[in-house]
Design a protein around this ligand. Structure first.
Ligand code: ZN
Length: 284
């Protein structure tokens, strides 16, 4: 005879089996949709749909009409979180979201990746000459200065908003739902964001983490007109065949390739320049 608790547990397992939560190797996952394969050759199962309009985000018409607004739950939650976070910090900011994946993932005419619901494109946050945020509905190319690349003889009216885009990066890498693997962005624009962060007193640790996550891709467009964000396979999706490709989680990479040793050396360099005499009374 089992206890009531055992029966309840059995009932849950039965429901789990019935709803198809069991996958290869009899692994029970968390019941949310999942990603299978690498980003460039994969599928999305039971993806979540990102609403066209939300609190702090919207999908401009060009992308809304494509229907690539499906992702793993963790991806969709991350986008919603980022939009809300921007709006909370500055109610004028609105995140323009491009493509994630088709409802069932797989190939699309517009992308090589974006196949598994773990990639999303964001339109850059932009501002006018006076610094007021503008609602962006296009992928505009920007120069190293941040000005929009416009036809010769014309003057740029739209500028890359280093502050707003930094706030987006910060929201992405600190979001509580998913761990971000890459933020693909052109090198000069990446630097504008890191410079802004430094000037505004963001901690070294946060800037270092952002610096490790933001890359200009070497094998595709330089991403001077949008940011492409990829999250790691959610833990329970790995058992279902989700495949991470490329850099490992940043802290692991840090350990593996000696980043920590370099950092200690950097601390040593800083410490050797400090006149210990001044602080001798503290050490005593
Ligand atoms: Zn993309």
């Amino acid at each position: 005879m089992g206890t009531v608790h055992q029966y309840v547990l059995l009932a849950f397992v039965a429901v789990g089996l019935g709803s198809g939560c069991i996958y290869d190797g009899l692994v029970v996952e968390d019941g949310s949709g999942f990603s299978r394969g690498p980003s460039r050759a994969g599928m999305l199962y039971e993806g979540a749909k990102l609403p066209t309009r939300g609190e702090g985000h919207w999908i401009p018409p060009t992308w809304a009409s494509r229907g690539l607004n499906y992702g793993v739950d963790e991806m969709v939650s991350t986008v919603v979180y980022a939009g809300r976070s921007l709006k909370l910090q500055d109610s004028r900011l609105e995140l323009g979201v491009g493509d994630i994946s088709r409802a069932h993932g797989g190939r699309s005419p517009w992308h090589r990746s974006h196949q598994t619901g773990r990639d999303v494109d964001f339109l850059f946050l932009v501002k006018d000459k006076a610094g007021n945020p503008l609602r962006n509905d296009q992928m505009r190319k920007h120069l190293a200065t941040g000005a929009e690349r416009v036809a010769e003889g014309k003057r740029a009216e739209v500028f890359f908003d280093a502050r707003a885009n930094w706030l987006l990066v910060e929201a992405l890498i600190t979001n509580p739902v998913a761990e971000v693997q890459y933020i693909f962005v052109q090198a000069d624009l990446r630097q504008l964001m890191l410079d802004y962060a430094k000037q505004s007193g963001v901690s070294w640790a946060m800037r270092e983490r952002a610096a490790q996550t933001m890359k200009q891709p070497s094998d595709s467009a330089p991403h001077d007109d949008h940011m492409h964000v990829r999250i790691y396979c959610p833990k329970d999706d790995v058992a279902a065949g989700c495949v991470d490709f490329g850099q490992m989680r940043w802290h692991k990479k840090d350990l593996k390739y000696g980043g920590r040793v370099e950092r200690l050396q950097r601390y040593d360099d800083v410490l050797k320049d400090i006149d210990v005499g001044t602080f001798a009374w503290l050490i005593r």
